[in-house]
Design a protein around this ligand. Sequence first.
Ligand SMILES: NC(=O)c1ccc[n+]([C@@H]2O[C@H](COP(=O)([O-])OP(=O)(O)OC[C@H]3O[C@@H](n4cnc5c(N)ncnc54)[C@H](O)[C@@H]3O)[C@@H](O)[C@H]2O)c1
Length: 244
Amino acid sequence: MGSLQGKVIAISGGARGMGAAEARLFVAEGARVMIGDVREAEGLALAEELGEAARFVRLDVAREADWIALFEAVRREFGRLDGLVNNAGVMKPGNIADLTVEEYTRTFQINQLGPLLGIKHAAPLMRETGGGSIVNVSSSVAVRPFAGIASYATTKWAVRGLTRVAALELVGDKIRVNAVLPGFIHTPMVDELGPEMGAVGLSLTPTGRAGTPDEVAMLVRFLISDESAYISGADHSIDGASTA
Ligand SMILES: NC(=O)c1ccc[n+]([C@@H]2O[C@H](COP(=O)([O-])OP(=O)(O)OC[C@H]3O[C@@H](n4cnc5c(N)ncnc54)[C@H](O)[C@@H]3O)[C@@H](O)[C@H]2O)c1
């Protein structure tokens, strides 16, 4: 029996990177997964790779109607919801002096509003079957930021606050809410940010290497599983000692 046997888990931003690693691990551990992402081709290919245990729906986490449609698909396809990973996120480097309201608003909508909408619409479905577990993906920069990532760091700090409030509001429904704070993890996002940002990430990581999406997926698996039944409202760092 896998550690997630019988569970149904939705993953935002699940088409690639850490979200895709989580989808693969969760299915290997006996779960069924609903992958939501704006990247349709990659999301559909992953769902096909994972077979009957996976579905993909297009999801822009900033759009409330997309979340409603995603959970309708979860109900229709799988009939229940046990877990949600609010994993989708974007990072656009830039100093405060250069930030435009449009840029900041878009980052806010994806990184901060997106997880809030996910929680809002996942909770009623989880409640029907007696509870669940929600993991919000924040970042180590929400503990130790650096200059030049104003929109990313502030929205990821807000995810820690959202996690605590949601954990308290949903405790009566037996829904746990935790935050995962990855450090420098080698994913397509990091590759796209380029070698300069990669060098900054490595310089901030005492262990001297980037983490892998699989390593993050194992922590998220634990927080979604019943093994972590007494853990809620907390930050969980996975960052090669970068916030030690
Ligand atoms: N890679 C790192 O070093 C690192 C460190 C700390 C935190 N994080 C966070 O981890 C999470 C996963 O990041 P990753 O490194 O795997 O990045 P990634 O870019 O490889 O994957 C992120 C996924 O989110 C999706 N996405 C983006 N905007 C979306 C939207 N509006 N709606 C739905 N999906 C959307 C993307 O299409 C992509 O598939 C993000 O929240 C990121 O901020 C990453």
